[in-house]
Write a new protein. Structure first.
Length: 221
């Protein structure tokens, strides 16, 4: 069945499940990245494990599929909502009882996606991809010192500032996306929704502050 034939509820549910999967990935990714603040050797060992572990290598295409599904259904829902509002779309967009982040989830998602592509080019393509190609017997030389690559990139003030802008766009995206995902999964009663909003805010702050600490550290220490 074409995804265009699915109901809005089904599309929101699929986007929410894929979003929840990506939120788990962010926690794991943050934990791995924070090791760079403690030890060059530890960070390089973590990167080597992630580059060569069979389970993680299998999860890479699964993760890519999660991103693709989340983006595809976000586009579908945005287009569907835009067309459904018709002449009322501008009036709806100005409602004061809707948060800024919820009104701009698509724009925030585009910002996050744009920098994600840049981030993959600078890190994943030069680290995990090179190791994978080397293991496949192709002409590739893995980066044996990921820590040096991280230090060089985040030592660049322009890159670090752009990275921080991305992180805080992600913060806005997560503050709404976290509780909205669970709401779409059915946890939307009067008892759960306020708790989910608080949990989403805490989660977004942990993710944003954790990732922000990395460029700040390499800029000043």
């Amino acid at each position: 069945m074409s995804c265009f034939c699915l109901s809005s509820l089904a599309k929101k549910l699929i986007m929410s499940i894929s979003g929840a999967f990506l939120m788990v990935f962010l926690v794991v990714h943050l934990g791995a990245n924070l090791t760079a603040l403690f030890s060059q050797e530890l960070y390089n060992e973590v990167c080597h494990f992630m580059d060569t572990n069979l389970l993680i290598r299998v999860m890479v295409p699964v993760l890519a599929a999660g991103f693709a599904v989340h983006i595809a259904f976000a586009l579908l829902l945005t287009f569907q909502n835009f067309m459904a509002r018709g002449e009322q779309r501008y009036a709806v967009a100005g409602k004061s009882d809707v948060s800024w982040s919820s009104r701009n989830m698509f724009v925030l998602g585009v910002i996050v996606l744009g920098f994600l592509a840049l981030h993959l080019f600078h890190f994943w393509a030069k680290m995990q991809l090179q190791t994978f190609l080397g293991l496949m017997g192709m002409d590739a030389v893995p980066n044996h010192d990921p820590y040096t690559l991280v230090r060089e990139l985040f030592g660049n003030p322009v890159y670090s500032v752009v990275y921080l802008i991305w992180i805080w766009a992600l913060w806005f995206h997560l503050t709404h996306g976290f509780w909205s995902a669970f709401q779409s999964m059915g946890l939307n009663n009067a008892n759960w929704l306020p708790r989910l909003k608080v949990a989403g805010t805490v989660y977004a702050w942990v993710i944003a502050l954790g990732f922000s600490a990395i460029p700040i550290y390499f800029l000043f220490f």
